[in-house]
Design a protein around this ligand. Sequence first.
Ligand code: G1P
Length: 297
Amino acid sequence: MRTQVTKAIFPVAGLGTRFLPATKSVPKEIMTLVDRPLIQYAIDEAREAGIKEFIFVTSRGKSALENYFDHAPELERELRKKGKDDLLHTLRQTNMDSGAIAYIRQHKALGLGHAVWCAHRLIANEPFAVILPDDVIAGEPGCLRQMVDAYADTGGSMVATMEVAPDQAASYGILDVEDTIGPLVSVNGMVEKPSPGSAPSRLAVIGRYILAPSVLRNLRNQKSGASGEIQLTDAIAAEIHQGRNVFGYRFAGERYDCGSKAGFLQATVAFGLGRDDLRKELTAYLNEVIAIRGVAQ
Ligand code: G1P
């Protein structure tokens, strides 16, 4: 019987400079897609995949994120008094079990690999998930659930993957593909942010990982790589050289790059259109805007 994946690391230490000035006082992960903070989508996906322990790797200025996960008894009391049961229900869905969340500080911005390594004392000799909340994935079931199910057969380590345009490859970790069987890709190697023209494939790593504990040992010795940072991709690639299996998983679903403004706006529109209470009004507005633009052009 394979060990269940019950812990997930959420690297949330980044400064979010692309969203300044908003991120001057609001952590990027608290910024809202429709009416839920980015981090809530990641948490919901993790819960659906069976995650029980949530490890946030944070940095200075992220206290709003920690506060978000506290229960809000005054607010709950107020909503109960006013009979607003639907809002009470929405609020309760965000409550986390006592002791289910841990916060670890990344004291220096040394890269994603370093951020993940900072959580090593909270991971015993067990597989664990990593979720990058910037990558929002709409899928049913969620991307991590799909991966956990596939991992039950494969073991090893697994990264979510999807095709990107060749001119986008330099922004991602890219897989060197050995073979593809359905959604599973067996991987020969991985390169973080390959220089233009040198990408080994079009399959990019997207921010969902299930990792063997040996990746944490590799991270301890990992030298800085692309962009002068300690890269998670390099520590996973080392697994392959050490004779352990690494798979890509071509998930079913739509991924939004909420680390970019355009991606965030696209996700806002897509999730807005996905909501019964907003679809009609938003569709009418979008049609109107497009019609006006069409005339103006
Ligand atoms: C990180 C990873 C990269 C991955 C990407 C997915 O890069 O290092 O391998 O492809 O997330 O979003 P970042 O976006 O932090 O530069």
